[in-house]
Ligand binder design. Sequence first.
Ligand SMILES: Nc1ncnc2c1ncn2[C@@H]1O[C@H](COP(=O)(O)OP(=O)(O)OP(=O)(O)O)[C@@H](O)[C@H]1O
Ligand SMILES: [Mg+2]
Length: 459
Amino acid sequence: MLGASTMDSQSLDPSLKLLLDALERTPDNAPLRVHVADMLAKAGQHAQAIRHYRQAVSDASVSSEARLGLARCALAMGDAEGSIEACDALLKEVPDFARGLIARAKARHSRGQHREGLADYERATSLDSTLHEPSLRDALIRDTSDPRAKFRVVSGGDSAPSGAAANVPDTSVPDRVTFADVGGLDEVKEKIRMRIVYPFANPELFKAYGKKVGGGVLFYGPPGCGKTFMAKATAGECRANFINVGLHEVLDMWIGNSEKQLHQLFEDARRRAPSVLFFDEVDALGMQRAKLHSGSMRGVITQFLAELDGFASRNERVLVIGATNTPWDLDPAFRRPGRFDQVLFVPPPDRSAREQILSLKAHAKPTESLDFGAIAQQTEGWSGADLEHLLDSAAELALAQSIARGSLEPITMTHVDKARAKIRPTTREWFSTARNYAQYANEAGQYDDIADYIRQHNY
Ligand SMILES: Nc1ncnc2c1ncn2[C@@H]1O[C@H](COP(=O)(O)OP(=O)(O)OP(=O)(O)O)[C@@H](O)[C@H]1O
Ligand SMILES: [Mg+2]
């Protein structure tokens, strides 16, 4: 077991020493291990940090953070190749991990893969605008050898240079995430079972009733309420190949190439059927079109619609899931029959769902007599992501206390209450925009679910 004795303990700061002792007493405490590794890395003890990260990687609750730590340490030690590898593994598990994308951007920059690094950087900052690092971006742009990279998309008409195969989508079957990991959303789960899971398991039965297996489902709703998570769980449930497409990546390509990329993605999905092709933030298509004022985006949308239509039912056993939190930005043509013909509202979790989410997320953390029912009661309007944030903040408080006291303090209601006072739930803001659409732009009844929700919850 790793412990203070294996370290050059003279040079360690005192709180780190305490934590190392605590870790020796509770070696299975993976979050603590990652925290210790982070501190070691910060202190420049990269080799030691790496050993702890490696040990933590196998714990699902912290594996992403551990991989991120590995990537950063590898790069700090001059091993860009190893850093990219760690990032690849991380992003395969969690494609939207913005800090992981930044880490890979840096490693790729260091390996001379500037264009790919720039794509990572831009995707990361579009996911999380707080991650902007202008100096990194400038360096990536400066060093990108192909000058067209500076004029991506807007230049139009170009075909991509041969090196542009960097935007290979993440392809994986995330076997760990299933419906059991998703708190609440029982109605949505039931609809998905009928529409996706059963048909994929019994294609002959469904065909006998003249039903097609495959098609398109669109998830929409406020941020952080589980659209992306649900899509992953869906793929996990039906044991289909899950192909996660970062639309931003596809669209960041040179025009002309975007269409080819899209076609390639669908062909790949068809070849590997049964498969689920997941387009997160599918509104990017509509948004981009409005922003660009150019006909070039039309081509991409047309291509996308043609692929959805499947050129005469070639999409058998290929399911397309789209997710968006701005459904009003979507081209209405997407909703036509045979395309995204099933549109599912993913609402904020209700009280019992919040309780479930809290207990799911607290599972791997050291806690003491947390009353999830009481917390759920006090968090009306909070998203799943908000609740996760709440527990993380409470954990930070408990950790700070542990360091101050030199003993391991579990997370208690006091920590949670303190953390809660500092967090603003994020779904209300979405509803204040959504309300306008539900009231004034709901001719076809496409926002009835939102209207119902607002009525029932007095928003
Ligand atoms: N119902 C839920 N059950 C369990 N975890 C949830 C649930 N809803 C959200 N979460 C947690 O919150 C995180 C964020 O959720 P997710 O990324 O799926 O939200 P989203 O609806 O796709 O948001 P956005 O619109 O911002 O993309 C997930 O990684 C998950 O851990
Ligand atoms: Mg999402």
